[in-house]
Design a binder for this molecule. Structure first.
Ligand code: 5RP
Length: 229
């Protein structure tokens, strides 16, 4: 059986055009994008500049020889390619399973277009099966957790495999919030943003322009956002 993440990640690299400044997302699907992008740079002489959304992606891109830039050098990006934890039928996303949601949202917002690469298992009718990551300043973790629970979830402070508090690239913490079905993602995003101490939530609304979906049978679909989404 084909690996849907590999199929989607590699296919997305073919959407990159010569001369582009691209946002490089984070995660295991994006890892396949980076590999194929590096191959195109080597074989075709493709000229790209990548802006990574995490230290993890920065290290991987450097090791593969992908040229990198920062916001000191580029004001806007032509394209960002990133993964997601869930994509609903209106193309709302849950992101942040890898802990990079803050930089991911900043980079997507600075991009003319964002393409999301997923295996088909990430497509859901409604968001919420995957616990929603919310990035918070450490000082506020407890009051924010209580405020989030008042919105109808169970909030758990994320820990690393050794049991220590997970620390994001920006030095924040993450609360993973089990809401169950999320009926109105834009309203929930707005409500979470109003809580003092919240840095950003993993709900992404209106940012995905294109979806690259890897299927278990090896097929890959490239979908443009329908006007109804
Ligand atoms: C990281 C993310 C990732 O894009 C998301 O978790 C998907 O990861 P993967 O491709 O490994 O399933 O949002 O913060």
């Amino acid at each position: 059986m084909a690996n849907p993440k590999q199929a989607a990640g590699a296919r997305a690299a073919d959407l990159v055009e010569d001369g582009m400044a691209i946002g490089l997302g984070t995660g295991s699907t994006v890892a396949f994008l980076l590999e194929r992008l590096a191959e195109r740079i080597r074989r075709e002489g493709l000229r790209v500049r990548g802006l990574p959304t995490s230290r993890r992606t920065e290290e991987a891109a450097r090791a593969l020889g992908i040229p990198l830039v920062t916001f000191d050098e580029v004001a806007a990006l032509d394209l960002t390619i990133d993964g997601a934890d869930e994509v609903d039928s209106r193309w709302n996303l849950i992101k942040g399973g890898g802990g990079a949601l803050l930089r991911e949202k900043i980079v997507a917002a600075a991009s003319r277009s964002t393409t999301i690469v997923v295996g088909e298992e990430k497509l859901v009718p409604r968001l919420g099966r995957f616990p929603l990551p919310v990035e918070v300043v450490p000082f506020a973790a407890r009051p924010v957790a209580r405020a989030l629970e008042a919105l109808g979830c169970r909030a758990a402070l994320r820990r690393d495999p050794a049991g220590a508090e997970f620390v994001t690239d920006e030095g924040h913490r993450i609360l993973d919030c089990a809401f169950g079905r999320i009926d109105d993602p834009p309203a929930l995003e707005a409500a979470i943003d109003r809580i003092p101490g919240v840095v950003e939530s993993g709900i992404f609304v209106g940012l995905a322009r294109r979806l690259v979906v890897g299927r278990a049978d090896g097929r890959v679909e490239v979908l443009d956002r329908p006007p109804s989404a």
